[in-house]
Design a protein around this ligand. Structure first.
Ligand code: ADP
Ligand code: MG
Length: 728
């Protein structure tokens, strides 16, 4: 593994803080990073916003040589490189958008071994001059982003990706890490085989995006409903998906007429216009993009605060992927689906055009699943995760309309019987609307012609309105007590379970929720209000100016999450600012002063604001001043440096282990060269560290309590000292 020796002794956690400005790893990041650092191949499925880039960027920074990243989208490449450069990583890209001279310059830097992170488009791998150059370069690792593009089973197959199977043969020593956000087991196997990954360390992360709030509303007055959502997200970036180009254009026009900065995006627009609109969105120049599903692949914008689906999506995969574009920065974001049954026939129409029987069946099944998602009163998150084969165990996710609404379980057996009786008596040959007409006793021509006004259940449910019967029908469908059968005009049929209910052998109940939703109380989803919005506006303006100067999108300077944190903690020194998530050394140096100045000016204008005490900047009690501690500390230090464990040091000095730990704690705080990995397992350290940050307190007992005995006071103290030294 000589090739992969570390460039310097900065440990992983340190790099996370100094380069990226983050205090803790997202799930699976540290394991992936350690595998790469150990020279092992990796295959990782992580959701959008899961933080895949960091998994190869951090090793790129730590390892000698150049990390080569293969990425399919030219537009994303530039943003990723800009973001890396902002963090002080020496990064560059090569793709067809570069002029010959620019490409030559990158080649030169490459030969000089002065690029840490190189993004390339896949087709480069079929070019001999590129490969020859690369052969002369010290390579630290290969990262294949959007790796599903190599699989013909995937939904984004790109023939160019096939040439990536050369990597293993041509560069056998470099580890390869493949990343994707979508991979069925079949695609996964395909990726591993085609890239020739060698017993890769494999990660399938949870698809749960805790910061996303899922909500479904019945489509009634669509534009008013959309305006309502926009009102709650005034001035914030968001995406509205519509199915057709016409509806995109008309909605975007309507919103502009309402004074909202909105632009359209669909395949019918000229490429130039599409690009310009996307860029305007990316740079926060317009707030809302109204788009068909053609939009999304090419954006990495991290501060999308809401995604609205104004029409029913075709399947849950698509829905998940599109909503996944919200809240990449981890901040609370809304996903709203406006569901109207009238959308179903339109999608069915397209499904009916599929000539392959098996494919058509699958498409139909997927449509039914998304209808169930929208109409069934079951936690939305649970449904989405189950779709991806994950068992969501919590009984309240606290971040969907079902779990935060007032839900009441009601017995609907009698109404179900009325409905199914009408269905059965008319020979299971009619659709939903007609059955509802029968039970509500509607006087229509069709009913008279078919003499359905003579059957026993005609008008049996006329004391309740059509909406109620629609709800009953949806519920019966969702619970698979009845099902739809047939093409464009599906008819309702009774399933076995339906018969049992109809004949009184079983009961059926439904969850009914009040339309008025209340905010989640406890839990993960805290509303976006818990920061100083006036300051946020100011910082946002500053960020925009800096971004324009650098010609990068604003979120590359600082994410919304980072600004929000500033607006909750009012850092007034560089030291305090460095403690904010997302502020690494490079950005601190470049932008720190301007942000501090702005915050200070704001505090001066608003003397009433009380700045919360910063739990991370206090000097530990009893150790104030960090004075030299004399001989006894030096002795401990010396012995520890010689390689003795804490226990051994204690023994040899005839002191208690707790005393030695206290010495070491202090030595760490003084910034002495203590190899923390010898004291505590890095994984465990990260977990404890994360908890400190979550609790925003340096108290030990909550940490001890949380880990229920798995962590000792000594360990917690060491981690605390380590973190304080790193952050304070
Ligand atoms: P993906 O490629 O998996 O969709 P990205 O790599 O674009 O996700 O990361 C999404 C966002 O999360 C980015 O804004 C990134 O800076 C941020 N991020 C990544 N890792 C962390 C972390 N450990 N702590 C905080 N934010 C992170
Ligand atoms: Mg990515």
């Amino acid at each position: 593994m000589e090739e992969h020796a570390s460039k310097n002794a900065l440990p992983v956690f340190d790099t996370l803080k100094k380069v990226f400005g983050f205090q803790s790893f997202r799930p699976n990041q540290v394991e992936i990073i350690r595998s790469i650092l150990g020279g092992k191949d990796v295959f990782a499925v992580m959701p959008t916003g899961g933080g895949k880039s960091l998994c190869y960027q951090l090793p790129a920074k730590l390892l000698d040589g150049t990390a080569v990243v293969i990425s399919p989208l030219i537009s994303l490449m530039k943003d990723q490189v800009d973001a890396a450069v902002e963090n002080g990583i020496s990064a560059a890209f090569i793709n067809s958008s570069l002029a010959t001279q620019e490409t030559a310059a990158v080649f030169r830097r490459l030969r000089d071994n002065s690029i840490e992170l190189l993004y390339i488009a896949p087709e480069r791998f079929a070019m001999t001059n590129f490969l020859e150059t690369l052969k002369g370069v010290r390579i630290s690792l290969f990262a294949v982003d959007e790796a599903h593009c190599i699989s013909e089973w995937g939904h984004d197959f790109r023939p160019d990706y096939l040439s990536l199977s050369n990597i293993v043969k041509t560069f056998p020593k470099a580890p390869i890490a493949a990343f994707t956000a979508t991979a069925t087991p079949k695609v996964q196997d395909d990726i591993i085989v085609r890239l020739g990954l060698r017993q890769p360390f494999t990660v399938r992360a949870s698809f749960d995006r805790q910061n996303l709030f899922y909500r479904v509303e019945g489509k009634r007055d669509l534009t008013a409903q959309i305006m309502n959502v926009l009102g709650k997200h005034a001035g914030e970036p968001g995406i509205i998906y519509r199915t057709t180009r016409d509806s995109v254009d008309s909605l975007s026009g309507f919103l502009s007429g309402q004074g909202i900065k909105a632009l359209p995006y669909h395949a019918g627009l000229e490429q130039e216009e599409r690009k310009a609109n996307q860029e305007a969105f990316s740079k926060d120049e317009v707030h809302v993009i109204v788009a068909t599903i053609a939009f999304g692949m090419g954006i990495d914008k991290s501060n999308v605060r809401f995604v609205i689906h104004a029409d029913l999506p075709k399947n849950i995969e698509g829905y998940y992927q599109e909503t996944g574009r919200a809240g990449r920065d981890g901040e609370p974001s809304d996903c709203v689906l406006f569901f109207g049954r009238e959308d179903i026939p339109r999608i069915r129409y397209f499904i009916d055009q599929i000539t392959n029987d098996a494919e058509r069946e699958i498409a139909l099944k997927k449509l039914n699943q998304v209808v169930r998602y929208a109409s069934h009163n079951v936690c939305r998150r649970k449904q989405v995760l189950e779709y991806f084969g994950e068992d969501y165990a919590a009984d309240n996710c606290n971040a969907c309309d079902i779990c935060t609404g007032k839900v009441e379980k009601v017995d609907i057996t009698i109404d179900a019987q009325i409905f199914m009786s009408a269905l059965s008596r008319t020979g299971q040959r009619f659709g939903i609307m007609h059955i509802i007409d029968i039970v509500t006793g509607a006087d229509t021509k069709r009913i008279r012609e078919l003499q359905h006004d003579t059957i026993k259940t005609y008008g049996a449910g006329k004391d309740k309105d059509k909406n109620h019967w629609r709800f009953i029908a949806d519920e019966l469908l969702a619970q698979e007590v009845i099902y739809q059968d047939g093409g464009t005009y599906p008819v309702l049929k009774l399933a076995e379970a339906g018969k049992s209910i109809l004949f009184g052998k079983e009961k059926i109940s439904a969850l009914k929720r009040e339309e008025t939703k209340k905010k989640s109380r406890a839990g993960k989803w805290s509303g976006p209000e818990d920061y100083d919005q006036a300051l946020f506006e100011k910082l946002r303006v500053l960020r925009k100016r800096l971004a324009d100067e650098q010609r990068v999108p604003p979120y590359i300077i600082f994410s919304d999450k980072t600004l929000h944190e500033m607006c909750g903690r009012y850092p007034s020194s560089l030291h305090d600012l460095a403690l904010i998530s997302g502020v690494g050394d490079a950005k601190l140096e470049r932008y720190g002063d301007e942000f501090i100045t702005e915050i200070k000016a704001y505090l001066k204008e608003n003397p009433g604001i009380t700045v919360p005490a910063n739990p991370f900047s206090c000097v530990p009690s009893g150790h104030a001043g960090g004075k030299p501690k004399g001989e006894t500390f030096e002795k401990t230090y010396e012995l520890f440096k010689q390689g003795l464990s804490v226990g051994e040091v204690a023994k040899s000095r005839n002191l208690a282990e707790a005393t030695i730990t206290a010495h070491i704690e202090q030595l760490i705080m003084e910034g002495r060269d203590i190899d923390i990995d010898r004291l505590i397992d890095p994984g465990k350290r990260d977990e404890i560290g994360k908890l400190f940050l979550t609790l925003r307190s340096w108290q030990l007992y909550p940490v001890i309590e949380h880990f229920k005995g798995a962590v000792s006071y000594e360990e917690a103290k060491i981690v605390r000292a380590y973190m304080r030294c790193k952050t304070g």
